[in-house]
Every structure is written in C-alpha cells, then in structure tokens.
Write a protein of this length. Structure first.
Length: 150
C-alpha cells in the first residue's frame, strides 16, 4: 500500500501500537494514560487484520513508552506490535511479550494477601504456557486473562 493511501495518517516521530485486538483498543489507551498526553494521538478501531480478525491501532506522536508501560500493556494485549517512528520511518519494531515477572501491575485476588493490606507492590510469577500468574507472597494463582490491574 502506498504511504499516501494509509487508512491512518503517518506520524513523523513517536510510537505506533498495532495489531491490538479491536475490543481492547480503548483499554490499551486508558492503561497507557493517553488522555494525559498533550501531543496528537490517533486511535483507530475495527480495521481488518489477518492476524487478529479486527484490530485497533494507536499512533502516539512524540511519545516513547517506558518498559513499565509496555509490561502493563502486555497483560491486557500481548502480541501487539510496537513500532518506533523517526522521520516518518520505522526504526525499531518489536512484538510485546508478557515478562516472566510482573511487579506492581496486577492485583492479587486473595483478600488476605499482604499486598491488599499493606502499602507494597504486588509481585507475580508468570507461567506463559499455563496462562496463569502466581502471587509471590500468598501463592494465589490466577488466570492471566482475568486479572485486575492495580
């Protein structure tokens, strides 16, 4: 496809988050606190995608996301593609993967867990094969698709 025929306008510098499952697009935007940015943000949804059926895409002008933001993103929408744009060209492209450990990103569902009763960060080990997370403090296991973000 010709660059001038794109469905969503190109950005000069920033980050493109692509292949977001369409139903997760606004959750991703909220999670990354895009409403707090002052630069232009483009959010597109329900585009055809061979990879995920219908996809969302977010273009954040002059914004590079931190590793912590990307880790949070991986819980909600793993396998999205992040493209770093400089001078209208992709200079780096990577698939977002859920890390082996999550710190301060999701809540423990055990009401008696110390993380729900003391001011401290949560800490979970991730089992990518089983699709579960396990609390480091109380051993409570949860399905990663049903976790609640902090």
């Amino acid at each position: 496809m010709n660059k001038k025929e794109r469905l969503v306008a190109a950005i000069e510098n920033g980050t493109v988050i692509d292949h977001i499952p369409a139903e997760k697009t606004y959750q991703v935007a909220s999670l990354l606190k895009l409403n707090e940015l002052t630069e232009p943000i483009t959010i597109g949804m329900n585009y055809a995608s061979a990879k995920v059926g219908k996809k969302g895409i977010i273009k954040a002008t002059n914004k590079l996301f931190t590793n912590e933001e990307i880790s949070r993103l991986s819980v909600v929408a793993p396998k999205v593609v992040l493209s770093i744009i400089k001078d209208y060209e992709v200079v780096e492209k990577k698939m977002v993967e859920t890390p082996d450990e999550l710190h301060g990103i999701i809540r423990c569902t055990n009401p008696k867990c110390i993380t729900n009763n003391e001011p401290m960060l949560t800490y979970f080990s991730v089992d990518k094969i089983a699709g579960t997370v396990r609390c480091h403090y109380c051993d409570k296991e949860q399905n990663i698709k049903k976790v609640e973000l902090c």
